[in-house]
Design a protein around this ligand. Structure first.
Ligand code: FAD
Length: 449
């Protein structure tokens, strides 16, 4: 029986439960790393073998000469990293520009945007430097206006993005959507931005793990860290059922799969939120043309209750959204039809196309709606990065790299805004914070009207 305090149904953390994702079906599974076997000592222990933990481990080994030990309760990529939509895009926060600027200033808002662009490039750097083939699709991201007023704001958004982060964008009116191959019901125009690309997230996370092993790191799978303490000599002891790890430094990269008591500082500083994905059966060119869809770049709409979608290399459509306050049997039973209903409303010509896969996972949000990277309060030599707000392909990879520099005590070579260094505040009524999600979803839904 785990002593970890988690706020979702136990099914959400059941590492023996099949994820059922499309990625599993199309990506050869590597051999599972052995679990920890007895007590060991190391220079750095990393908890979590997703993008964040593995990027930290890779940069620790390659850039700073450490030999990290990565521990995960499951095999590599079992968390959100192996089951997401594969959008390597800008983002990471859910805060509005105005609220960010009020709190940290307009200068720092520019740094935040430059960090987001740089984060997408770090993924590109890692893929090229490590020779990882992650089925990268063509560059660029589409944002579809779900209301006329959102389309009206695109010109200003594009000018701002270009000014602060050098991103080039193009604006496409509603009447030209079909000709650009991005036609859907309820779109009032689009903005295309020349940044980022889609990939196969399992190939990326498995490639990262390979690179970590080759660089001298060790990965222990199926090894749950049940407790951590800082010893009197400043080192960290990590307790698992398979042995104890004593490490000089610590990186915690659990994101939406974190626990409120690992360590106690974490309690109430993050909220996991469920995201759901469906993938259709493959569609031929004629069926795609019926709807007027051709592009295979990442796409999302302007809703706060975001829909995200992409055409996969084999002609299937992937479509994702948020929407349940838990991840137990009842939520899993309810969600496929809810996701399908939104898909059908957006792409009416594909109503007859079968859903082939459906799965879910946990993303992570913070009360200030900004990602965090920095120290774990009260412990010197321990760092965490989390709360990517459903945008951790780039932000997890990026903050992993930043944490490696923090562990090594090296100054940051990458943009790091003040906003991302602000210690995440605790949610009020933290033990029952999940109960607030239905009201939050309703509020966002109301704002989307
Ligand atoms: C359905 C879905 C779609 C998404 N789509 C996108 C997208 O298209 N683009 C994008 O940028 N982001 C997307 N995201 C978000 C993105 O996947 C995450 O932000 C990112 O994967 C976080 O990476 P991570 O390494 O920080 O955490 P995770 O990949 O979640 O890994 C955390 C790991 O920590 C381990 N762990 C936790 N506690 C312990 C412990 N005590 N002991 C041992 N191990 C532990 C867990 O087993 C887990 O493997 C999506 C997420 C979901 C769920």
């Amino acid at each position: 029986m785990s002593r970890l305090k988690r706020i979702y149904h136990a099914d959400a953390y059941d590492t023996g439960r099949p994820v059922g994702s499309y990625w599993e079906a199309v990506t050869p599974a590597p051999a599972v790393d052995p679990c920890l076997n007895g007590d060991i000592e190391t220079d750095v222990a990393v908890i979590g073998a997703g993008f964040t933990g593995l990027s930290a481990a890779l940069h620790l080994a390659k850039d700073h000469g450490f030999a990290p030990v990565v521990l995960d309760a499951a095999p590599v990529g079992w968390g959100a990293s192996g089951r997401n939509a594969g959008f390597n895009c800008m983002g990471g926060g859910k805060i509005s520009d105005a609220a960010y600027a009020r709190r940290w200033g307009t200068e720092d808002l520019g740094v935040f945007y430059r960090a987001q662009v740089r984060a997408t490039q770090v993924v590109d750097d890692v893929l090229s430097a490590q020779g990882i083939d992650a089925d990268v699709q063509p560059r660029g991201e589409w944002l579809m206006a779900h209301r006329p007023k959102d389309f009206d704001g695109f010109a200003q958004d594009a000018a701002f993005l270009n000014k602060v982060a050098g991103v080039k964008s193009e604006i496409i009116p509603k009447t030209a959507l079909r000709e650009h191959g991005v036609n859907g019901a309820g779109f009032h125009g689009a903005m295309w931005s020349d940044v980022g690309f889609c990939l196969n997230p399992q190939k990326y996370v498995f490639g990262l793990a390979d690179a970590v092993r080759k660089a001298g790191g060790r990965i222990c799978a199926n090894t749950t860290v049940e407790g951590i303490e800082q010893l009197s000599d400043g080192r960290f002891a990590l307790y698992t059922a398979q042995g104890r790890v004593v490490a000089e430094k610590l990186v915690l990269a659990g994101n939406g799969y974190n626990s409120d008591n690992l360590p106690h500082w974490m309690g109430g500083r993050y909220t996991p939120v469920v995201s759901h994905i469906m993938v259709t059966e493959p569609m031929g060119d004629n069926v795609l043309a019926d709807q007027g869809w051709r592009v295979n770049q990442m796409t999302c709409d302007t809703r706060k209750m975001l829909h995200y979608f992409r055409l996969l290399p084999d002609g299937r459509m992937l479509f994702g959204m948020r929407g349940t306050p838990n991840l137990g049997p009842r939520d899993r039973a309810r969600m496929p039809s809810a996701v399908r209903a939104d898909f059908d409303a957006m792409f009416p010509a594909w109503r007859g196309v079968r859903t082939a896969y459906h799965w879910s996972g946990l993303i992570c949000v913070a009360r200030n709606l900004v990602p965090y990277v920095g120290p774990i309060g009260g412990w010197s030599g321990a760092f965490t990065a989390m709360a990517f707000h459903g945008n951790g392909v780039s932000m997890g990879s990026y903050t992993g790299k930043l944490m490696a520099g923090m562990v090594a005590g090296k100054p940051y070579e990458e943009p790091l805004p003040d906003g991302m260094q602000a210690e995440p505040a605790r949610y009020p009524f933290a033990r029952v914070r999940r109960w607030g999600l239905p009201a939050a979803f309703k509020w966002y839904g109301w704002q989307d009207r």
